[in-house]
Design a protein around this ligand. Structure first.
Ligand SMILES: NC(=O)C1=CN([C@@H]2O[C@H](COP(=O)(O)OP(=O)(O)OC[C@H]3O[C@@H](n4cnc5c(N)ncnc54)[C@H](OP(=O)(O)O)[C@@H]3O)[C@@H](O)[C@H]2O)C=CC1
Ligand SMILES: CC1=C(/C=C/C(C)=C/C=C/C(C)=C/C=O)C(C)(C)CCC1
Length: 321
């Protein structure tokens, strides 16, 4: 019980209710994302489940509606491994919603065999970092119009082993699936910090947080027999998805957290991050490279308050074939 308690601490104690608020949760059909979406729905928000498998998403939406009594749980197609899908999701969302108060960038893949997204990005970097980077870019104007609003990026303690190898960002020179995951989770934290810095400088009412949810019993380990085995052995000790959702909920809901924008959280507390994750030069360069790969202007944040950004895909990126 002591080990279990140690590994499963951190509870979001906010009692805030969310009628009239709008939230988007990526990867909301399973694991931590599903529990995060359920709790936001329970508090009365209109919640968009952004899922790559819409059929499965609809089943989860029905389940959440039944459990919470909130009918405003909607499913929208989002495949973070395809920038066309991300743009289509954003286009439809911007057309149908006036507000966005909470964006939870939760979806993730871990330890997949070497593979590439539709746009040629290495899968971990493409889905976990670049996909959410583009999604946030496309939704930022709506978040600003709805301020105070928040972005939560679900990262991991695994960022400790991560490095941003700019000469091998797509894993073409060398690739190890576990490390590729760690690199992408480091990118989540660097993105959070750089976004927070830019949002503060622009006087925006949008704040952003990165999160380690804990070690959680979920489908994340599906690609690794070893990890599935470890998870199975320790399944009694590790967090349930509901416990894993607590820190994301804490960052999305806790009043007065705005001053801590850019910080990393674990077990509902500010948490230490590696030296790599505090390197502003790397964060700035990763921002620029991400924009270049996605074909979006590096100063998109400054432009958010200005003329409407185009949702059309551009082709400036400089990926190796
Ligand atoms: N579990 C853990 O111990 C830890 C988890 N995390 C992080 O928590 C987050 C949630 O993971 P967890 O709930 O554990 O894992 P799950 O595998 O249970 O959930 C991951 C979710 O991401 C979705 N997803 C994967 N690829 C894509 C894609 N291309 N487009 C859209 N959605 C996609 C999955 O959809 P589908 O069901 O269709 O595959 C699923 O809904 C991840 O970011 C992970 O890195 C961090 C630290 C530890
Ligand atoms: C050895 C060991 C464990 C293994 C932990 C591992 C392997 C954690 C990996 C975390 C990851 C991959 C997070 C994802 O982002 C447990 C289960 C805590 C139980 C105590 C002993």
């Amino acid at each position: 019980p002591q080990i279990r308690k140690m590994l499963s601490s951190g509870v979001c104690t906010s009692t805030i209710q969310l009628p009239g608020k709008v939230a988007v949760v990526t990867g909301a059909n399973a694991g931590i994302g599903k529990e995060t979406a359920k709790e936001l729905a329970r508090r009365g928000a209109r919640v968009y489940l952004a899922c790559r498998d819409v059929q499965n998403g609809e089943l989860v939406a029905r389940e959440i509606q039944m459990m919470t009594g909130n009918q405003q749980v909607l499913v929208r197609k989002l495949d973070l491994a395809d920038t066309k899908s991300i743009r289509a999701f954003a286009k439809r969302f911007l057309e149908e919603e006036k507000h966005l108060h909470i964006l939870i960038n939760n979806a993730g893949v871990m330890m997949c065999p070497y593979s590439k997204t539709a746009d040629g990005f290495e899968m971990h970097m493409g889905v976990n970092h670049l996909g959410h980077f583009l999604l946030t870019h496309l939704l930022l104007e709506k978040l600003e119009e709805s301020a105070p609003s928040r972005v939560v990026n679900v990262s991991s303690l695994a960022h400790l082993l991560g490095r941003i190898h700019f000469h091998n960002l797509q894993g073409e020179k060398f690739y190890q699936s576990g490390l590729a995951y760690c690199h992408s989770k480091l990118a989540n934290i660097l993105f959070t910090q750089e976004l927070a810095r830019r949002l503060k400088a622009s006087g925006s009412g949008v704040t952003v947080y990165s999160v380690h949810p804990g070690t959680v019993n979920s489908e994340l380990v599906r690609h690794s027999a070893l990890m599935r085995w470890i998870w199975w052995i320790f399944s009694f000790f590790i967090k349930t998805p509901q416990q894993g959702a607590q820190t994301s909920l804490y960052c999305a809901l806790t009043e007065g957290l705005e001053v801590l924008s850019g910080n990393h959280f674990s077990d509902c507390h500010v948490a230490w991050v590696s030296a790599q994750a505090r390197n502003e030069t790397v964060a700035r360069r990763l921002w620029d490279v991400s924009c270049d790969l996605l074909g979006i202007p590096v100063d998109w944040l400054m432009m958010a308050a200005g003329p409407k950004r185009s949702l059309k895909q551009t082709t400036q990126h400089t990926l190796p074939k």
